[in-house]
Design a protein around this ligand. Structure first.
Ligand SMILES: [Zn+2]
Length: 150
């Protein structure tokens, strides 16, 4: 691939798969399962992410997202930012849900609106809000770290 993969058919015709990773990650996951190899590659790359400094302690490289689950319903709160190993462990000890900083976290909640909330959170961590398809494409091409993007 040398440019964003824009869908020609279906409900998301005209949109790039790279963008759909942030707006409908479940759809990309379904395409990957159906045998779309580029979708499969994107999903894999989406797990290989290292965020900027830890929101908790300021140490370089954050690798975890933290969620505070409510007792009622499936509701949850996303803690701002992303966290290092040490801070993530502390959150886990407090009974919070800790997940790797990756797009599989977006597939954790059942409701699509919650999946998109997490995807949006990830786009904010990597300063990709309002990014062009080309910038999103480069994000997935780059290995692990967000630092190469800046
Ligand atoms: Zn930390």
């Amino acid at each position: 691939m040398t440019k964003p993969f824009v869908l020609q058919l279906g409900v998301h015709a005209g949109k790039s798969l790279e963008r759909l990773m942030f707006t409908d990650p479940r759809y990309v996951s379904v395409l990957a399962t159906a045998g779309n190899r580029y979708a499969g590659w994107l999903i894999k790359r989406g797990e290989d992410r290292v965020g900027p400094v830890c929101t908790g302690c300021g140490q370089a490289d954050s690798r975890y997202l933290v969620f505070y689950r409510q007792r009622v319903d499936d509701d949850f709160t996303i803690l701002p930012g992303a966290y290092c190993d040490k801070c993530a462990r502390e959150h886990k000890n407090l009974g919070r849900t800790v997940m790797s900083l990756g797009f599989s976290a977006t597939l954790w909640p059942r409701r699509k609106i919650d999946q998109i909330r997490i995807a949006k959170h990830i786009s904010e961590i990597f300063a990709l809000k309002g990014a062009s398809d080309e910038k999103l494409f480069r994000f997935f091409r780059e290995s692990g770290s967000s630092r190469h993007l800046r």
